[in-house]
Ligand binder design. Structure first.
Ligand SMILES: *[C@@H]1O[C@H](CO)[C@@H](O)[C@H](O)[C@H]1NC(C)=O
Ligand SMILES: *[C@@H]1O[C@H](CO)[C@@H](O)[C@H](O)[C@H]1NC(C)=O
Ligand SMILES: *[C@@H]1O[C@H](CO)[C@@H](O)[C@H](O)[C@H]1NC(C)=O
Ligand SMILES: *[C@@H]1O[C@H](CO)[C@@H](O)[C@H](O)[C@H]1NC(C)=O
Ligand SMILES: *[C@@H]1O[C@H](CO)[C@@H](O)[C@H](O)[C@H]1NC(C)=O
Ligand SMILES: CC(=O)N[C@H]1CO[C@H](CO)[C@@H](O)[C@@H]1O
Length: 765
């Protein structure tokens, strides 16, 4: 069965033509005055017709919708842009590959809870075809140099119609999920726990990302943008309060919270009928709801927020088919979704210490607790809950958007990208002194980890035994060296544990050359950060840009920050937080002046976002491309055989005859390794419902509550089994169902053959 088309997760848009040949060319001033006139008129008519009490009438038909939209548009103003959205599957190998994020050697995939996606938003100037930008949100831990290079090559290969998409205007951000396959990264350090680089894992992300750009491009149509903010009180807390408290009291007093609780939403609305094609939102919360002992692939809490939003839009008259909702990561550095605080799992019943997050002197027993931590389900319930809280706040904002949003205006669509080498990079501090950043280095606090997990890349902690288990670590540890005196002084007061920026054997360990990039549409400015900014670092960075941007925008600038993007440059804290050297300070790679450097680079390059400019930012030095020379100790699939006395397509354990809603329906099949075929844009599992006399797919791999688990039965024979678990939802419809499993087995000679298996039917009451 199942070719990709059958399970296409992104309904193709209904109008594929690009409007480039037919741009809207009305002079702006005339357009604006007409808008104002219509605005006054239509408001009057609307007021008379509907009466003051029902200014936001319930909209029933598409025609009514379009009429209401035109009225709204007339009231709201705002310029017209070329807008497109696209979404595509980037789910890499879901088993036998180490997860990216916690850098925990035992955290190796065993299945799939939710497919991963690239969500792409294109904004263009209607009159100038080259003035565009492409903001991508990937369900991955971060953006990356290898991935970005692959995407740039893939887009170039799409042909001349795509020549306006370049290194300047493509931003690759990650949601910072910690529950997807790794082994796709450009630098050695994050490759260590994944045992190197895996071409399949890399290619899945690149191919899906390129497809999402293609879809976004094909959907380009004139439309309007507007933005609004809301807050979500209970979806994040600060996980490094001790460091945050080192920031000046007067500065902290300007803010009501020690984490950023804001959701900023940018709405994409097409002109033709006023339907919304997507929302791009920024919110700050770590993708660490799924715990370090979870081994099912998912998009973590941001994956849940997008899933719920897109699902709601399927039956919402305001949304066009193919609606894309992305939640881009923002000032994530010191945030955690474990909102009940960090507690000692040692029977003491105490909270971890504020300054060091330890219990009885060590960090091992200290764990953050999510809202549903009592469930002891590897974070699944807490993840769904945090994702739901953000979704609900975002949806509430969306529902009243017309009455609260600010239209984006001024036709300028601008982007720049430049590489900057942070190795002893000298620049003017805002206080007038010349200061510098340093080659990348990680401090001792890095090895201490966080309350969300005993530490990203925490391979040096504890003892020699765990190190000995990692063959790649054994290979590379011999080249470790002490930092140069210059580096030591530069990084002070950070004590250097891993001098990664001064290591290039066998190849670069961490980026010294980082991507500096920003986008602008009208007064809306996007800082694209390679590092995870802490709350206060993000605030300082955004306000420095907002202050400087007044000179280039025609109305008050609105600045957002998205990342980690384009490469993975760990964290950026304020200098005061850096002085405290908690995990985030220990992971601020380029020393105490890193934030100041980012602010300087963002502000000094703002000139490339000026509406009148045609100047391009200099390319800067090239970072190393390690795709070809990366180590890989990851073995491929050798062959599959069915379990003895069984065949492909056999069901080992059938579901029961009847289930009550809320129960878990399990079916176990003779399985094969899912790395044989990732089934991108397709599905491994499907729940089919009997409707009349035919079976209709009602759940597939994109659904949170349908879980795929793969288990090796016998390594020598090559046999395995797959369990489909449908955690039936309270909203599931009673009826007759069955479960389908789509697999692909590999023969000894390498030939891969698809097969399908179907369970017995069962009843859900
Ligand atoms: C997973 O890890 C958490 C701590 O982060 C722990 O409380 C929980 O018991 C673990 N679950 C299992 C099934 O090991
Ligand atoms: C704390 O450490 C001390 C000394 O190592 C030990 O005796 C005590 O049992 C520990 N307490 C808890 C709650 O683990
Ligand atoms: C400016 O700040 C830097 C970094 O904190 C510091 O080293 C320098 O002394 C300061 N210069 C002045 C003039 O205050
Ligand atoms: C690990 O370290 C312990 C002492 O810290 C030592 O006794 C042991 O021999 C070491 N093991 C290996 C494999 O080096
Ligand atoms: C269903 O399958 C999952 C995954 O293998 C397993 O963890 C769970 O215990 C099973 N539940 C039942 C009721 O058999
Ligand atoms: C606003 C907020 O949630 N602050 C939290 C920051 O972290 C400390 C320590 O975990 C909590 O006690 C605060 O409530």
């Amino acid at each position: 069965m199942p070719s990709s088309q059958q399970y296409s997760v992104v309904p193709r848009d209904d109008f594929p033509d690009d409007l480039e040949d037919n741009p809207v060319k009305a002079p702006k001033s005339i357009f604006a005055s007409i808008l104002i006139c219509i605005s006054l008129l239509s408001f009057g008519i609307l007021y008379l017709t509907l009466g003051a009490a029902s200014l936001e009438p319930a909209i029933k038909s598409d025609d009514e919708y379009a009429t209401a939209f035109r009225d709204h548009l007339a009231r709201a103003g705002g310029d017209e842009y070329l807008l497109g959205v696209g979404k595509a599957d980037i789910t890499g190998p879901v088993v036998e590959i180490n997860f990216m994020g916690y850098a925990s050697l035992p955290q190796i995939g065993t299945g799939l809870r939710q497919r991963l996606y690239a969500r792409t938003f294109i904004v263009g100037n209607t009159a100038v075809p080259t003035d565009r930008f492409v903001y991508m949100v990937l369900d991955t831990a971060n953006g990356d140099t290898a991935i970005r290079n692959g995407i740039l090559e893939g887009v170039a290969a799409l042909g001349s119609g795509y020549s306006m998409y370049t290194t300047s205007n493509i931003a690759v951000t990650g949601t910072h999920s910690h529950s997807g396959p790794g082994a796709w990264l450009n630098y050695l350090l994050p490759q260590i726990t994944s045992l190197g680089f895996d071409k399949q894992s890399y290619q899945a992300i690149v191919d899906g990302s390129v497809l999402s750009i293609k879809r976004a491009h094909e959907s380009l149509k004139p439309g309007h943008l507007s933005y609004a903010d809301t807050t979500v009180a209970d979806a994040n807390i600060n996980r490094s309060l001790w460091a945050y408290l080192a920031n000046p009291a007067a500065e902290r007093a300007q803010y009501t919270s020690d984490v950023d609780k804001t959701i900023t939403m940018l709405r994409f609305q097409r002109s033709v009928d006023g339907k919304n094609i997507g929302v791009l939102a920024w919110h700050s919360v770590h993708g660490t709801s799924m715990l370090e002992n979870n081994t099912h692939v998912s998009g973590d809490n941001k994956g849940v927020s997008s899933y719920l939003f897109e699902k709601a839009m399927l039956s919402d008259t305001s949304a066009a088919p193919g609606f894309v909702a992305a939640f881009s990561q923002s000032s994530v550095g010191d945030t955690t979704p474990n909102v009940l605080g960090a507690w000692c799992d040692d029977g003491s019943g105490k909270q971890c210490t504020l300054d060091k997050s330890t219990c009885n002197g060590t960090s091992q027993a200290c764990h953050g607790r999510g809202p549903a931590f009592q469930k002891v389900d590897l974070g699944v319930s807490s993840c769904y809950e945090i994702g739901t809280r953000v979704y609900k706040a975002a949806k509430t904002l969306y529902d009243k958007f017309d009455s609260v949003a600010t239209p984006v205006q001024d036709a300028s669509v601008k982007a720049y990208h430049t590489f900057n080498d942070m190795t002893f990079f000298k620049f003017p501090h805002s206080n007038g002194s010349i200061v510098q950043t340093c080659p990348a280095a990680l401090g001792y606090a890095f090895a201490g980890g966080t309350t969300d997990g005993p530490g990203a890349f925490d391979f040096t902690q504890s003892n020699n035994d765990s190190n000995a288990q990692n063959p790649l670590w054994v290979i590379v540890s011999s080249v470790l060296k002490a930092p140069s005196p210059e580096q030591k002084a530069c990084q002070s007061p950070k004590p250097v544990l891993l001098d990664v920026g001064e290591l290039s054997t066998p190849y670069a360990w961490s980026p010294n050359i980082v991507d500096i990039q920003s986008f602008r549409v009208g007064q809306f400015i996007m800082i694209v950060s390679p590092s995870e900014a802490t709350t206060m670092a993000g605030r300082r960075w955004k306000s420095a840009v907002a202050k400087a941007a007044i000179s280039i925008t025609t109305t008050t600038p609105k600045v957002v920050l998205g990342g980690p993007a384009n490469t993975y440059a760990h964290y950026v804290t304020t200098p005061e937080e850096y002085g405290i050297q908690r995990y985030e300070g220990g992971s601020t790679l380029y020393g105490p002046n890193e934030l100041e450097a980012y602010m300087y680079l963002s502000v000094s390059n703002l000139k490339y976002l000026a509406g009148t400019t045609t100047a391009k930012a200099p390319a800067g030095p090239s970072p190393p491309d390690n795709r070809k020379n990366s180590i890989s100790l990851i073995t491929g699939v050798v062959y599959d055989s069915p379990i003895i006395f069984r065949s492909w397509g056999d069901v080992i354990t059938e579901p029961a005859a009847t289930y009550a809603r809320g129960a878990v329906v399990n079916a176990t099949f003779v399985g094969a390794n899912p790395r044989n075929n990732l089934r991108l844009e397709g599905t491994f599992l499907a729940v089919e419902q009997l409707v009349g006399s035919s079976w209709t797919t009602v759940r597939d791999d994109q659904d949170w509550f349908l879980v795929y688990t793969w288990k090796r039965v016998d390594g020598l024979i090559g046999s395995s089994e797959v369990t489909a678990s449908w955690e039936t939802e309270s909203y599931a419809t009673p009826g007759t169902y069955r479960i389908r499993y789509n697999g692909d087995w590999k023969a000894l000679g390498g030939k891969i053959t698809p097969f399908t298996a179907v369970s017995k039917q069962f009843t859900l009451v």
